[in-house]
Design a binder for this molecule. Structure first.
Ligand code: HPA
Length: 261
């Protein structure tokens, strides 16, 4: 099978690998299940493109096989992942149509397989998440965005809910008091598993709406998709510029693959 050093995990609204050439669809077998993804090239670099919600957005956030996805990328040799995510905003300064590069998360998920180290053969390990999102990738993407004149907030705290329902205004009020900036349903455990696997990982969020109770109207998935579509050209430009030039090895401080204890 072809290898890849870089990967894109496309979230809601990012389903097409238009930034890639020489595309081939493959199934990667892992101990957690089979993963369907695309392999391609961008400026001569080998890139994997994985659609988080599956073809046609058929897998809801709480049923995504996060472990298989990250393991498949690991098996392909991926060293750096740039993930996209549609988010609601709790922070008036992060308006719809803005991009946010996350630096922290608050985990409100409930039912997910959130580690490779669940005892048994894999053993037990405790990963450090002081810097869950790779500072090296974040810095690179931020500078690329500035060069392309795309507005990106450098840093933001992501509240990860279980979904698939959206939040109540009371929950949003609480998340805001706790320090959350944006809310979504998928960054955890994806970011944690990448950290356990020793893969540098960053998330580029697209703010599609103000969260429940801040927005003057009820939220719909259609609204999210409309704003995502309006942002799609900038997402493609930014990701393509990143894939073309981001160093595969960098002094970012991220740690190698975790070994069980
Ligand atoms: N809440 C949760 N997930 C989301 C939202 C939201 O407001 N917008 C886009 N994804």
């Amino acid at each position: 099978m072809r290898k890849a050093e870089l990967a894109v995990i496309g979230g809601t609204g990012v389903y097409r690998a238009e930034m890639l050439e020489n595309i081939q669809e493959v199934d990667v077998e892992t101990r957690y299940g089979k993963v369907n993804l695309l392999l391609g090239t961008c400026e001569g670099r080998n890139v994997a493109f994985l659609t988080r919600h599956g073809k046609g957005h058929t897998v809801p956030p709480h049923l995504i096989n996060y472990r298989a996805n990250i393991m498949a990328l690991k098996e392909l040799g991926v060293k750096k992942i740039i993930a996209t995510a549609a988010v609601g905003s709790l922070n008036e300064e992060m308006a719809p149509h803005d991009f946010v590069l996350l630096d922290q998360f608050l985990d409100f998920t409930k039912t997910r397989q959130s580690t490779f180290f669940d005892g048994g053969v894999q053993g037990v390990a405790h990963v450090d998440v002081t810097d869950p999102y790779c500072p090296g990738i974040r810095k690179f993407v931020f500078e690329k965005a500035r060069a392309l004149r795309i507005k990106v907030h450098q840093g933001g705290c992501y509240v990860c809910t279980e979904g698939p329902r959206y939040e109540t205004p009371a929950e949003i009020k609480m998340f805001k008091q706790l320090g959350g900036d944006v809310v979504g349903m998928t960054s955890v455990p994806e970011v944690v598993l990448a950290r356990e696997a020793g893969i540098c990982y960053a998330t580029l969020c697209m703010v599609t709406n103000y969260a429940a109770g801040i927005s003057p109207h009820a939220l719909t998935h259609e609204e999210v998709l409309v704003v995502m579509k309006e942002m799609s050209e900038d997402i493609s430009r930014l990701i393509m510029a990143t894939l073309a030039e981001m160093p595969v090895e960098m002094e970012c401080g991220c740690l190698p693959e975790l070994k069980s204890m």
